[in-house]
Design a protein around this ligand. Structure first.
Ligand code: NAI
Ligand code: MG
Length: 356
């Protein structure tokens, strides 16, 4: 049966990298006999310009009809001064995730051996790095009640709330255990249980879920310690599972370990349809110059093959192709090093597509 893939290039380099992801996916599909159909939708600033809203109803409808979504990035200086609900990020990305029920954000950080020198950490600390961060995406501090008001003493005061239900914690922790089972069987649950009530609940639920997975080791770690451990000895981690904001910060930190933000894919799961996107933004500083690294997007396509298209073989083929292209010395500008062969966005996409 033909499966529909929604393509949402969005803004800035999104317009350049999504076509590279599609190109590679088409090669894999024709080689492995997957029947795919593609349809493009508007999102972000591009949608504001064309339709007056960052997340048009037609785009949501397209997403709901699709098996999987490949998103580029949204935002840019042109739309920075709009009211917050109209801005590409707050007006499109957050509601899209929420409306599609995408509560789990998976961000693998792994090092391709030829990029050891591009990492800010010493090679011995990151050679063989392979960790998976699982961030809760539709609850916690970013979605709790918030308000700004003036206290009786005249002080302007602002409140954000960090709310979790047992059910929200359980489903994300369970997913982390399931994923750990297919990896090195270790889950690190990251919280701030020495201070936060929601973290105490998180810990209790994690302990309970762990009883169903006697073959997987559970450890708890405070978020501040985790930040330190990620640079001190990142290879100690297999699967990390954590609250929305903790995950936002820790995954950005983990992202530089692999050499460049342009290398890191992501998958958002939990609903009927899953969303795949690079971890970076729209990079307005290099947009339209054929300089962007398309590998994060291409590796997001590999995650799509694994989680949405039941095609582990295709995912492996892409990862292998990327490894070979890097081993042959091809680099986009963000990964530039002495002696490398500098290529643009489109050429990098072509190289991976050929190898696949
Ligand atoms: P950014 O990730 O777009 O760029 C940060 C730096 O990394 C820039 O120097 C950029 O050139 C570089 N970079 C990013 N992706 C790259 C790639 N594939 N290849 C080579 N270099 C790359 O983050 P920034 O500058 O904070 O945000 C720019 C815009 O993107 C803003 O409007 C922001 O709100 C939006 N944004 C959107 C996200 C999304 O759509 N998921 C996520 C993060 C930011
Ligand atoms: Mg972030």
């Amino acid at each position: 049966m033909t499966k529909l893939i929604a393509l949402l290039p969005g803004d800035g380099i999104g317009q350049e990298i999504v076509p590279q992801g599609r190109k590679v996916l088409e090669v894999v599909a024709s080689r492995l006999g997957l029947e795919l159909e593609f349809e493009e939708g508007l999102i972000g600033g591009a949608a504001i310009d064309a339709a007056g809203t960052p997340l048009p109803e037609a785009t949501l409808d397209l997403c709901r009809r699709s098996t999987a979504i490949l998103l580029g990035a949204v935002g840019g200086p042109k739309w920075d001064n709009l009211p917050v609900h109209l801005r590409p990020e707050a007006g499109a990305l957050l509601p899209l995730r929420k409306q599609l029920g995408l509560y789990a954000n998976l961000r693998p950080a792994f090092l391709f051996a030829p990029l050891a020198k591009a990492s800010p950490l010493k090679p011995e600390l990151i050679e063989g790095l392979d960790l998976l961060a699982v961030r809760e995406l539709t609850g916690g501090l970013y979605f709790g009640e918030k308000k700004t008001f003036r206290r009786e003493d005249g002080q302007e005061t602002a409140i954000d709330t960090l709310v979790y239900t047992e059910g929200e914690i359980e489903r994300i922790v369970r997913l982390a255990f399931e994923l750990a089972r297919k990896r090195r069987r270790k889950v690190t649950s990251v919280d701030k249980a020495n201070v936060l009530e929601s973290s105490r609940l998180w810990r209790r639920v994690a302990e309970r879920v762990a009883q169903d997975y006697p073959d997987v080791t559970l450890e708890h770690m405070y978020v501040d310690n985790c930040a330190m451990q990620l640079v001190r000895w990142p290879k100690q981690f297999d699967v990390i599972v954590t609250e929305n904001m903790f995950g936002d910060i820790l995954t950005d930190q983990a992202s530089v370990l692999a050499g460049s933000i342009g290398m890191l894919p992501s998958a958002s799961l939990g609903g009927e349809v899953a969303l795949y996107e690079p971890s970076h933004g729209s990079a307005p500083d290099i947009a339209g110059q054929d300089k962007a690294n398309p590998l994060a997007t291409i590796l997001s396509v590999a995650l799509m093959l694994k989680f949405s298209l039941d095609c582990e073989e295709g995912a492996k083929a892409i990862e292998q192709a990327v490894a070979e292209v890097l081993a042959e010395g091809y680099r986009t500008a963000d990964l530039w090093e002495e002696g490398a062969k500098l290529v643009g966005c489109r050429a990098m996409g072509d190289l991976v597509a050929e190898k696949v």
